[in-house]
Design a protein around this ligand. Structure first.
Ligand SMILES: Cc1ncc(COP(=O)(O)O)c(C=O)c1O
Length: 455
């Protein structure tokens, strides 16, 4: 056996052992970052080590510092699980080691990405011909889409940002809901537009942008504008009123972007599609494959209706590339990149259209089950309208709520993570994994009951 066989065989054994014991492991890591630094630290030895020994050593040292994200009771942040087919495909992606920028060099990777992109566009009911780029996550998907938006709204005013940069360019307004995700602001800063370009629009109790307030903000300015809407607010899971908001934006020639990092997938379900009603007429959409779709980290999806606007910013020609029109490299900021199309294709192929809808429905059903169970526990209040996969809870005042969260992490059965919603401390529960069963929700509710009764 050569070293690659030995290393892979041992990694496979350790991986299977990890998955088999996941259900019994504490979900929150048992070691701190500092402890892990000690575990991994020391000087780089002068001499190398046998690959199998390195793999075993890595698994041994990492063990206490690995969060149970791959299991059924991790509800922190918004972090998806990993579908079996996507996980297997991701391993093959590493083995094949494709640098997936060019159709000529990596035709399998490029084709899987193209087809997976088309499947996503169809499943979400977006316009045919929408250009799709696979990036690292929702943050970069927002950046990629907003880059195309910046390009296009300035081009409409006769300003070529590629040639002339931003100095002296017409000011671009980026109009956002009060509860947009922080990555929108970060993308705006990366794009050189500056935080001053951001205009906030009031939102309602669930975080949905208010159309009347949007109308006032649009009226209050002139010049190029980009409106950022949201499918799935990170606390409440709420969706913006797309039809009304987009109609208003069209009256001002604004580019409309939808950040749907986890919520865009509602469109794939006949039962929840109404939440995204009207969003398909936007200009760009960002989502994640590593959240609701349950592809292993990392994978975001940037989708732009106007292929030319996307390619205008990212297209590249270097004498040593064997490139051509339509290469993946034209749809993303990266030059070299992982072949993320394989696991995305595998996830979608393993689910099929009906399975994808059923997967979304199951996440929502588990969230509803969780919310109903939490509401029954004395001293626990569900704070949001549970429309999708997010559940916010309070355990009374902020101090008790924070303490409940700490105790839940220490207890180890499940993970909720803390946040502040409308000035109030909450614990967030995001149901984002195919691996979460009804029994996992019941086990979590028992743990929350134990924690709440001991507060
Ligand atoms: C609405 C929204 N947008 C963007 C992001 C950022 O996504 P990522 O962490 O994949 O970069 C998130 C993350 O939770 C999100 O909820």
């Amino acid at each position: 056996m050569d070293d690659r066989h030995r290393a892979l065989a041992r990694a496979h054994e350790l991986a299977v052992d990890f998955l088999d014991t996941l259900d019994d492991r504490p979900v929150w890591p048992r070691a701190t970052y500092e402890e892990m630094l000690t575990a991994f630290g020391g000087e780089l030895p002068a001499a190398g080590s046998d690959p199998v020994e390195v793999i075993e050593d890595l698994a041994r040292r990492s063990g206490p510092g690995i969060a149970g994200i791959a299991g059924g009771r991790f509800f922190g942040f918004v972090i998806g699980g990993e579908l079996p087919a996507a996980l297997g495909a991701d391993w093959l992606t590493s083995v094949w080691d494709q640098n997936a920028g060019l159709n000529s060099l990596t035709p399998a990777a490029a084709a899987a990405e193209t087809v997976a992109g088309q499947w996503i566009v169809e499943a979400l009911g977006l316009p045919g011909g929408t250009a799709v780029g696979l990036v690292t996550g929702g943050m970069m998907a927002n950046y990629t889409c907003l880059s195309a938006a910046r390009q296009e709204v300035l081009a409409r005013r006769g300003w070529d940002v590629n040639e002339r940069g931003l100095f002296g360019a017409p000011g671009v307004r980026v109009i956002v809901g009060r509860d947009r995700h922080d990555t929108i602001d970060r993308a705006v800063r990366f794009l050189g537009l500056g935080q001053d370009a951001v205009r906030e629009v009031a939102s309602d109790s669930q975080g949905r942008l208010e159309p009347a307030a949007l109308a006032s903000v649009l009226e209050a300015g002139t010049g190029p504008a980009i409106l950022c809407l949201q499918a799935g607010e990170v606390h409440t899971g709420a969706f913006d009123p797309f039809t009304d908001a987009i109609e208003l934006a069209r009256g001002h020639d604004a580019w409309v972007h939808v950040d749907g990092a986890f919520g865009l997938w509602a469109a794939a379900s006949p039962a929840f599609g109404h939440l995204t009603s009207g969003m398909a007429v936007a200009d760009s959409w960002a989502t994640d494959a590593h959240k609701t779709l349950n592809v292993p980290y990392d994978c975001g999806v940037a989708m732009v209706r106007d292929r030319a606007a996307m390619a205008a910013g990212f297209g590249v020609s270097a004498d040593y590339l064997i490139g051509g029109a339509g290469d993946p490299i034209e749809r993303v900021p990266e030059f070299s990149r992982r072949a993320r199309g394989f696991p995305v294709w595998a996830a979608l192929r393993s689910l099929g259209r009906d399975g994808l809808a059923a997967h979304v429905d199951q996440l929502c059903a588990r969230a509803t089950q969780m919310a109903a169970g939490l509401a029954q526990i004395p001293g626990v209040e569900v704070v949001n309208e549970v429309a999708f996969t997010q559940v916010l809870t309070s355990f009374g005042d902020d101090v008790r709520t924070a303490e409940a969260g700490h105790r839940l992490l220490a207890e180890g059965t499940a993970v909720f993570t803390p946040a502040t919603w409308r000035g109030r401390g909450v614990q967030r529960c995001s149901v984002s994994s195919w691996a979460t069963t009804a029994a996992d929700v019941d086990r979590t509710l028992e743990a929350v009951r134990r924690v709440a009764s001991a507060l």
